[in-house]
Design a protein around this ligand. Structure first.
Ligand code: GDP
Ligand code: MG
Length: 727
């Protein structure tokens, strides 16, 4: 006869959750009662045969947590750590789910197979509490079963599940444990990496858990690490101290308090997802605030007010420093024009580098303000509520509420928005969010719409621009759904929307979070924009046509000679007028030759080569060239068109006039706006996509599909409009 397979089962749970009852249900009367070695805490151990198995069942002392505050906690934790039972069964009082989940999530953090038993199912029912066990099971990746201990209901089911968990062979899942806030996760990662480096494979405890406990200053674990690693422990413990100080400095609280808070936030999120009807009285402050802020009726208006206020601040307040920087860029470029001898180098520095980098730099104030507001939302805990509110809306796209934040930020700038997608744990969700994000029309595209709509739609301009924004949102939803059903198949990953308690944010932490993001933006975009500007400049400057340059010189001199002829005794005023006229004439000449030079440049060549592609969507080669340069930054579309359409003067009005005379119609202008909305996002965004997807394949796909879509949509608009006789 085959020998019985031995399994050790530990029962854990809060006091009075029904552990002993369950223990008796499983083992019947075959039990041994004693004390745990060395301490006078009751120890019950029983054996039972179930099928081919010989089960050793251990009733652990009842605890609310797995810290080291009481002897019961130490005994329970040590048993799991040292004896490594095959399955830990967590007996949960269903009528008190929230309280029980604290221990449950801590068990989840340990490397042990866990099974949740929702005991007292009868009491929960009486209290009107309905628990979605499937949801709970998928959120924490733990099998969940219901029992009623005192009536011995569910015991066979429990035994069957214990065996299948033990036999499943797969370890506990790596994900879906409690996640802490970014700063704390960073510290955990640092300590954990160091631990793995020094301890190697032989280290008997889960490295993440050990790192967490070290950061929480858990005495027992600290001693364990010292004992296990001997001299190697010192650098780890030093680093732990450093990380602890960093966290306390940032938040003005002990790490263990913050982490406990965040665990409760995680649990509050689980309870919201899992408990469908609850009559439990809500008492604490955060809950009371939430009653208003996530209220079904009030929540949305309040949320939209905050968002409106954020954009208001970003653009209204940001406009002041923006004009200062603009002025600074202008002055620098004027200064450079004077200092440097005119020629290629001057042209490169002024029209290539300063103009290109300057066009990004002027957005810095807006970005700082936007990131400040976002840091404020995050640090107070409001962001989690916003995601919670938008969850249903985002399901339209096949995403959940957390993706809403990147989408929203996209209206400001897609670069930080795509970076914000980092907060999504699920890779498919992240890629999907990144793919549709550029359709959220960023603020750099707005000036182009303003120009085109202003020129061709007059008083209807506002409505037209709004319709472009709407088009972006609708297409994001449509494409999101398509991708979700094809390339990024899968249902919306279940996840816990953490609802951390509200906190008064610390100024220091706000500043750090704001600056961290802005720094990233500046560093990366500065580099990319610099290189891109130089390339576009080179493409639009070369090859140089010597004849054209010479002819420009000749005509220039002609103008100068004409104006040099003055009436013998002209008044000073008349001379001044004459000088001004000369300057005007020279500027017009410069513009004429600049336009001719651009037309003959590589960029002009590219534009003309692709003219057949742009023709069916109502865009001429000049528009095509402008769109190419728009790849560096979308607002550059305007300045390129300004150069190519020889305008009477440099003003926007002059350009609008020139565009109207160029044969553009309201229909082709609308088609062009749609194209600008959808086609390849700017260089900085593309580089952010590359960075965040960490894949050239997805980057290329993003560029390819958005540009194709842009063309198709513009084609439908332009040709469809024609058929309808609109232009
Ligand atoms: P322990 O402290 O976790 O060992 O909890 P016990 O097993 O001693 O149970 C505490 C009390 O809850 C006892 O009076 C049990 O009869 C009762 N109890 C256990 N399970 C259930 C259940 O599913 N429903 C109800 N109504 N009572 C239960
Ligand atoms: Mg008991």
């Amino acid at each position: 006869m085959a020998s019985l397979k031995k399994l050790t089962i530990a029962l854990a749970g809060n006091p009075n959750s029904g552990k002993t009852t369950t223990f008796n249900n499983i083992t019947g009367t075959r039990q041994k009662v004693g004390n745990w070695p060395g301490v006078t805490v009751e120890k019950k151990e029983g054996h039972v045969r179930f099928g081919d198995y010989d089960l050793t069942v251990v009733d652990l002392p009842g605890t609310y947590s797995l810290t080291t505050f009481s002897i019961e906690e130490i005994v329970a934790r040590n048993f799991i750590l040292e004896n490594k039972p095959d399955v830990v069964v967590d007996i949960i009082d269903s009528s008190n789910l929230e309280r029980s989940l604290y221990l449950a999530t801590q068990l989840r953090e340990l490397d042990t197979q866990v099974l949740f038993v929702l005991n007292m199912a009868d009491l929960a029912k009486d209290k009107g509490i309905v628990i979605d066990a499937d949801m709970l099971s998928s959120l924490l990746e733990v099998p969940v079963i219901f029992t009623v201990g005192n009536r011995n209901e569910g015991t066979p089911d429990l035994l069957k599940n214990i065996i299948s968990v033990a036999e499943s062979g797969k370890g506990p899942p790596a994900e879906r444990r409690v996640r802490y806030s970014q700063d704390i996760e960073k510290s955990i990662a640092v300590v954990r990496n160091l631990l793995q480096e020094h301890a190697g494979e032989g280290f008997p405890y889960n490295p993440r858990w050990t790192a967490i406990k070290l950061i929480e200053a858990d005495e027992v674990v600290t001693q364990l690490v010292s004992k296990e690693l001997g001299l190697n422990a010192a650098p780890i413990l030093d680093e732990t101290t450093r990380q602890r100080n960093k966290i306390s400095n940032l938040f003005d609280d002990e790490p263990e308090i913050l982490m406990t808070e965040q665990r409760y936030g995680f649990i509050a999120g689980i309870v919201r997802e899992v408990v469908k009807r609850s009559s439990i009285k809500r008492v604490d402050v955060s809950r009371n605030i939430d009653l208003v802020l996530t209220n079904r009726v009030l929540g949305f208006p309040i949320f939209f007010f905050f968002i409106w206020a954020m954009f208001q601040l970003t653009f209204t307040l940001g406009a002041y420093p923006q004009t200062w920087i603009e002025r600074g860029v202008e002055l620098t470029s004027m200064g450079m024009t004077q200092i440097l001898p005119s020629g290629l180098i001057q042209d490169l520095i002024v029209n290539g580098i300063i103009a290109g980098v300057g066009s990004v730099l002027i957005f810095l104030p807006n970005i700082l303000i936007l990131f400040f507001c976002i840091a404020l939302f995050e640090d107070t805990g409001y962001m989690a509520r916003a995601a919670f509110l938008m969850d249903k809306v985002m399901h339209l796209v096949g995403l959940h509420g957390k993706s809403f934040i990147p989408m929203l930020m996209g209206f400001g700038c897609n670069v930080p928005a795509i970076m914000a997608a980092r907060t999504l744990e699920n890779e498919k969700d992240r890629i999907l969010t990144i793919l549709i994000n550029p359709f959220m029309s960023c603020s750099a595209r707005l000036p182009v719409y303003v120009l085109l709509a202003g020129a061709f739609f007059a008083e209807k301009a506002g409505t037209v621009i709004f319709s472009i924004y709407l088009l972006g949102i609708v297409l994001a939803i449509v494409m999101g759904r398509i991708f979700r059903n094809t390339l990024l198949k899968g249902s919306v990953a279940p996840f816990v929307m953490e609802l951390p308690p509200y906190r008064v944010p610390m100024a220091k932490s706000l500043m750090i979070h704001m600056w961290d993001r802005s720094k990233l933006f500046l560093k990366k975009m500065g580099g990319v924009i610099l290189v891109g500007s130089i390339i576009i400049w080179a493409l639009s400057t070369f090859p140089q046509n010597e004849t054209l340059v010479r002819q420009h010189e000749i005509e220039k001199r002609q103008v100068q000679t004409t104006f040099a002829v003055r009436k013998p005794n002209a008044s000073q005023q008349a001379i001044n007028v004459r000088m001004m006229e000369q300057d005007k004439a020279l500027a017009a000449l410069d513009r004429k030759y600049l336009a001719m030079a651009k037309e003959e440049s590589y960029l002009g060549g590219i534009g003309k080569f692709f003219a057949p592609v742009f023709a069916p969507i109502g865009i001429d080669w000049k528009g095509g060239v402008a769109l190419f340069t728009g790849f560096v930054a979308k607002e550059i579309v305007i300045s390129t068109m300004g150069v190519l359409h020889v305008t009477r003067d440099d003003s926007k009005k002059g350009l609008a006039e020139a565009l109207k005379q160029s044969g553009m119609t309201p229909l082709s202008a609308f088609s062009m706006m749609a194209f600008i909305l959808l086609y390849v996002p700017c260089l900085a965004t593309v580089s952010a996509i590359r960075q965040e997807t960490n894949s050239w394949k997805w980057t290329a796909f993003s560029i390819g599909y958005s540009t194709t879509l842009a063309w198709v949509v513009a084609f439908v608009i332009f040709q469809g409009g024609h058929l309808l006789g609109l232009g």
